[in-house]
Design a protein around this ligand. Structure first.
Ligand code: NA7
Length: 573
């Protein structure tokens, strides 16, 4: 299937005056588009790229692959789709995922609703009509009753501002903005900056091609094996047979994974039993090391420290050079406080003669020169630099869309001190704008909880339509309760790392605010259930004329009815 798409061919999109305008053709946006159309709304999707896939369109760097099991990441809304698409590996590589998403779009005839090459540059709410006017970089202009920004949390690549970067005469690429044409590493002196989930995938994938590879590490991570494998014919059959059970598990589990939690705390087992268990964990697939490890892994520092000591032992056993091994072992970092990367052959790479590690804590980068990278220790020449330096997480994409709500209020001003949301789907003052999979979403297997949010939004839109309402706005009180819940939760637990991108602190100048949902998926479920049971009373639902009058009265015009209603919603949040 063709991954890229001819924008001329997409002229057959639906009218630019639509009920629902979705932004972003990633895994969440495609599902949002499908659900909105199936519910009878007229739809249009604007996508910056020239093809569908979002993360799986842009992150086409060598080695990019899932670390959630393929069949737990893909869609579950259609049994036929699940049965006909045979994932080849337990953790699919990027090209397979991109093919899958193209297949979904074509199978459900969604492509004709998508306009490619249309990066949204502004979205303005019109008080009088209750609709949004959306402009895109391709010059198009659309009006929509509802705008649903499925723009992702890891979609704005971050490249640090290192002096001299513009002087470099070699090739430079960011993992999150990888070119469609294959990059030739053969015989080149390559530098890679960043050693988290993306960086550790690139290293083994290019190691056989490069002349030399220098890995610039600022923070070591607790990396454990992905343990990928092809899906056998028997497993394919089993997956089909177990579809309903799998779907039920994925739709209800805390993190959206299918791995069962462990029922024992670490020190309920003897020393020997623990070592055997850690060995089993080490050999288990992907996120099991987090989801199915000892039940007190994240709450008991001693349990966490012992698992870390086990991993450190593995690193020392794999990496020949003891000094390099010590540099690769995280210091003062609990397992799980940062998003754990998963690897295949990463630590082994350091045993190659042509691979070296630069510890940026010891010797920081001082500048990029025309021919290479200079640290406080000296200069090294390179032909090619890979930036695996992450993303402006959570709010990055929404902040770049020129969103203006009631009274021309800019979302960037409203969120200057960090995001304020309800359920991670809407902000007060921005009626009829939703952002599933945005900041304050849950944490875990993204498509699952983003899908929860999509389903919630669609049900809300259908409810409003059935009752003759066309303006949906979360009340200030509901937003405040959810936001306070997120911030309170993030202040306390042991499980969140100070330097993590979860707080936005990887971006200089960004306020330190928790950008996930510290209540997790269970909190999302419980508040959604409560809101639905109470007729969506966390929202102010109105007709355009009434809403316009309301907004023209005082700023504190939240109706008594709405305030009373939100009391009930807040009681569970
Ligand atoms: P991450 O997880 O944000 O990692 C970024 C890496 O880049 C990490 O090692 C950072 O070190 C490093 N970094 C960031 N800024 C700098 C500077 N200025 N100098 C040197 N090194 C730097 O991004 P990934 O793309 O790896 O993964 C993102 C998500 O994709 C991941 O969570 C999965 O969901 C898949 P630091 O740790 O900040 O010291």
């Amino acid at each position: 299937m063709n991954a890229t798409h001819d924008p001329e061919a997409s002229e057959n999109h639906s009218s630019s005056e639509v009920d629902v305008l979705v932004v972003g053709a990633g895994i969440t946006g495609i599902y949002q588009l499908y659900r909105a159309r199936e519910c009878g709304f007229s739809v249009l999707l604007l996508e910056t790229g020239r093809g569908v896939g979002g993360t799986w369109f842009w992150n086409r760097y060598p080695g990019a692959r899932f670390d959630s099991e393929s069949y737990t990441y893909g869609y579950l809304f259609s049994r036929e789709l699940f049965e006909e698409w045979e994932w080849q590996e337990h953790f699919a590589p990027q090209p397979e995922t991109e093919r899958y998403l193209n297949h979904v779009v074509d199978r459900f005839d969604l492509r004709r609703h998508i306009r490619f090459g249309a990066r949204v540059t502004s979205a303005e709410y019109e008080e009088r009509s209750g609709a949004w006017r959306v402009r895109a970089a391709d010059g198009s202009e659309s009006r929509a009753r509802f705008v649903i920004a499925a723009t992702g949390v890891l979609s704005v690549p971050y490249t640090p501002e290192v002096p001299g970067v513009e002087d470099f005469r070699g090739e430079m690429y960011h993992t999150g903005l990888w070119p469609a044409e294959p990059v030739d590493f053969y015989g080149k002196r390559v530098a890679i900056i960043g050693t988290s989930s993306s960086g550790v995938q690139v290293v083994p994938a290019i190691i056989d091609q490069v002349a030399s590879l220098t890995i610039y590490q600022r923070t070591a991570n607790w990396c454990t094996p992905l343990n990928n494998a092809p899906i056998t014919a028997e497993e394919q059959t089993r997956l089909r047979l177990d579809f309903e059970e799998l779907r039920e598990t994925l739709n209800t589990s805390v993190h959206g994974f299918h791995h069962p939690p462990h029922d024992r705390a670490a020190f309920e087992d003897s020393d020997d039993e623990r070592q055997r268990f850690y060995e089993t964990m080490w050999n288990s697939p992907g996120f099991t090391k987090l989801t199915s490890n000892y039940s007190d892994l994240l709450s008991n520092p001693e349990a966490n420290a012992e698992w870390c000591a086990f991993i450190a032992g593995k690193i020392r056993a794999i990496v020949d050079d003891p000094e390099t091994a010590e540099r690769l072992i995280p210091k003062n970092q609990r397992f799980g406080e940062k998003r754990p990367p998963f690897i295949a052959g990463y630590y082994e790479a350091f045993n190659r003669e042509n691979v070296s590690l630069v510890d940026l804590r010891e010797t920081p980068i001082s500048r990029i020169t025309a021919t290479g990278i200079e640290t406080t220790e000296g200069k090294q020449d390179f032909d090619l630099i890979v930036w695996a330096t992450g993303f402006d997480f959570g709010t990055g994409a929404l902040a770049r869309m020129g969103i203006q709500g009631r009274g021309r209020l800019r979302l960037t001003d409203y969120w200057a001190d960090g995001p304020r949301t309800f359920l991670g789907v809407q902000a007060h003052g921005f009626p009829n704008l939703f952002f599933p999979g945005g900041p304050h979403a849950a944490a875990g297997n993204n498509p699952r909880y983003n899908g929860d949010q999509v389903d919630f939004i669609i049900d809300l839109l259908v409810h409003a339509r059935a009752h003759g309402y066309d303006v949906i706005e979360v009340t200030e009180r509901s937003e405040e309760r959810w936001t306070n819940m997120v911030n309170r939760g993030a202040d306390s637990p042991l499980s969140f790392g100070e330097s993590s991108y979860y707080f936005g602190t990887n971006i200089p100048g960004k306020p330190r605010r928790y950008l996930l949902n510290s209540g997790g998926r269970p909190k999302l479920f419980s508040v959604i259930a409560d809101v639905v049971a109470n007729d969506y009373d966390a929202f102010s639902l109105s007709q355009v004329s009434a809403s316009t009058e309301a907004s023209e009265s005082t700023e504190a015009s939240e109706s008594t009815e709405a305030s009373e209603a939100t009391e009930a919603a807040g009681a569970t949040s």
